[in-house]
Ligand binder design. Structure first.
Ligand SMILES: N[C@@H](CCC(=O)N[C@@H](CS)C(=O)NCC(=O)O)C(=O)O
Length: 292
């Protein structure tokens, strides 16, 4: 029995108190900038403004994969946007993403800078621009785009639904956790059944669909997203685990996961990336040793 008084919604909702929970300080019901702040610009053609959340990591994995493939035009500066400090609401960031969410990319290789926001759009933009990781053949391309957009539609149930109520909400609400755990498990089962039939999501080739899905659903089964692997019985999703392990062997995936990371093992954190050599010299452990 829950003895808390039942919440009766008023006729009109108003923003009169903080909502509580992990991100209460940055949640607000209006868009637009909260302060003036220009974005820094580095020397490379691509400027990424991000953080190593599952949505951010998709793009850094793609950029590292493109560089590993020898696409020199994919050299990039990765600037850190600390969302818990509200940096996504600075005027410069809002100008490149009116939705105030990481990741956002600016391609400065042409006569006019091109902004791209939404991680799925960024992956597609890069795949088309560099002709990589997006199949050309119609059926495989359709499969790749289907799984890419599946991820974009599915992850809010995992993040804003399951993750929010399981890990971040100020109180544990059984109804909400049940509702979103059920949906997250259903999504994992969709993936697990598909990966019983195919090596990668779009078939025999590794594509942007794998890069998009790995940080969320690979993260759930490997336990680094919301530490919920046991709660969701991750061991049952054997094909998802097989596929996640296959991707995690890729050096570019490992590097991509380090960029703009601000937590975890210091050796796994490269807060900003401005050169390929930064992975050797600028990780958290190296910076700490250098300052001793
Ligand atoms: N659909 C967007 C979602 C991006 C998103 O939710 N980003 C989060 C971090 S994972 C964020 O920037 N949150 C800041 C905020 O909500 O103020 C995408 O895939 O790019």
């Amino acid at each position: 029995m829950n003895d808390a008084p039942e919440y009766v919604p008023p006729k009109v909702w108003t923003w009169d108190k903080p909502s509580g929970g992990r991100f209460a300080n940055i949640n607000r019901p209006i868009a637009g900038p909260t302060h003036e702040k220009e974005l820094p610009v580095g020397r490379h053609p691509l400027q990424l403004y991000s953080l190593a959340t599952p949505n951010g990591v998709k793009v850094t994995i793609m950029l590292e994969e493109l560089l590993a493939l020898g696409r020199e035009g994919a050299e990039y500066d990765a600037w850190l946007i600390e969302i818990d400090k509200g940096e996504q609401f600075g005027s410069g960031f809002v100008a490149i993403n009116p939705n105030s969410k990481i990741p956002a990319l600016v391609d400065r290789s042409g006569p006019k800078p091109i902004r791209v926001f939404e991680s799925g759009a960024i992956l597609l933009y890069l795949a088309e621009r560099f002709e990589a990781f997006l199949p050309k053949e119609a059926a495989e391309r359709a499969e790749c785009l289907s799984w890419l957009f599946w991820q974009m539609g599915a992850s809010p149930y995992v993040g804003s639904g399951f993750g929010h109520f399981y890990a971040y909400a100020p109180m544990k609400i059984e109804y909400a956790i049940d509702r979103y755990a059920m949906e997250t498990k259903r999504l994992l089962d969709v993936l697990n059944r598909h990966l019983a039939e195919t090596e990668y999501l779009a078939g025999s080739a590794y594509t942007i669909a794998d890069m998009a899905v790995l940080p969320w659903f690979g993260g759930i089964v490997k336990g680094w997203v919301y530490h919920a692997a046991e709660f969701l019985s991750a061991q049952d999703y054997k094909n998802v685990l097989r596929w996640a392990d296959l991707l995690l062997e890729r050096p570019a995936v490992r590097r991509g996961r380090m960029v703009n990371r601000t937590s975890g093992e210091p050796a796994s954190q490269l807060r900003e990336r401005h050169d390929a050599s930064d992975f050797e010299t600028k990780t958290g452990d190296k910076l700490a040793a250098a300052s001793e």
